[in-house]
Design a protein around this ligand. Sequence first.
Ligand SMILES: NC(=O)c1ccc[n+]([C@@H]2O[C@H](COP(=O)([O-])OP(=O)(O)OC[C@H]3O[C@@H](n4cnc5c(N)ncnc54)[C@H](O)[C@@H]3O)[C@@H](O)[C@H]2O)c1
Length: 392
Amino acid sequence: MVEEVKRVAVIGAGTMGSDLSLLFALYDIDVIVTDKSKAVLDALPQKQKKSIDELRQMGITQKTYDEVQNKIAIANSLKEIKDVDFVLEAVAEDLSVKRKVFAELDKLPKNVILATNTSSLTVTDIAKGLKGAERIGGMHFSNPPILSQLAEVVKGEKTSEETLNVISKVAQKIGRVPVMVKKDVPGFVNNRILVGAGMETLWAIHRGEVTPQELDASLRAIGFPMGFAEAVDIIGVDIILALGKHFVKAYGKRFQPPPGLFESMAKEGRLGKKSGKGFYDWSKGPPVIDMSLAGKYDVNRSLAGAANEAFWIIKDEVADPETIDKIVKLGFRSPVGICELADAMGLDNLLNTMKRLLQEYGLEIYKPCPLFEEYVKKGWTGKAAGRGFYKY
Ligand SMILES: NC(=O)c1ccc[n+]([C@@H]2O[C@H](COP(=O)([O-])OP(=O)(O)OC[C@H]3O[C@@H](n4cnc5c(N)ncnc54)[C@H](O)[C@@H]3O)[C@@H](O)[C@H]2O)c1
């Protein structure tokens, strides 16, 4: 069936939809893009030209915008989407908005496979009550989707095996690595680890203990392609606000963001890269991080949070350590996975960090997962002990 995927529609032409439609075009697949905003659609060619120029400078592609432009068509509304084999939804991270879009997509012929790029909702909730729920699956990319090779593939309650198969094959067709997630939960794996790692850094910024630059320089210094404040700016503060809301609803206070931090940024129009300003000024291009500031933030604090969330993911039976590490490496473009890194650092050390922070700040974000405590109690403290997340 996937051999027949020749024409794709991307719904939403914002941060993700713009790059995702460009990605299809770069792999010679005809794509039709729509958005509810005329201004967004009008600005799309310029935005994609800028993206492809940056990719050329980075040596990621040799193609020019003129060479791919004829692969990208624009539709003024959802109703104009027809004659496609595959649809990827990338509209606002809002359940009612997505459900309305899928109710419309439900009218497409039955053989058209539909995928959602949601970051923090479930496929099951998005597809609930629709006639064609079995042809709807999750296809979650990591931002920037042209640089990150990850595509998490997610089975909703009704998603068919054929749908999952097509989503995986489409991912491969556009040079991504599909990774199946065992359970349809908010944030799947990649975003749970990302937010698990990031939560403490946001509180550290909020408390005035660290500046965004100090944080990002410190995280870059241990091999990450960007720091957490940069990541927030790239993802978009509005998306982070929605994600925070969904995570707190699903998982409670361990994902409680600092009060007012993002609300005030949003109010001031500081949405990140998309609005030209967030933690950083993006108006003249990506911010330059002063690496002499590396070491001003103790990265173990953030890694302890990421390891803690890995334990929750295992406990919730969403993924095993191998899958978590595969997703982290692809999604974060990181040389190591969080489970292998935590094993090398010593799970006892990381657990102590969590406990120390819990005592100091009394916030639930520092509360260790019971499985984390259980491992350390059993002496499964990592590589040196012969057993941690992995057996050695
Ligand atoms: N930003 C990220 O880093 C990231 C990463 C992975 C997944 N996602 C997910 O991808 C989706 C899109 O995120 P984004 O960052 O591109 O958001 P965005 O706000 O930049 O873009 C969303 C676009 O959807 C359009 N839209 C809203 N309602 C619509 C409708 N009914 N019909 C058509 N278009 C509509 C908006 O006009 C906007 O242009 C969200 O579900 C988000 O959670 C985002």
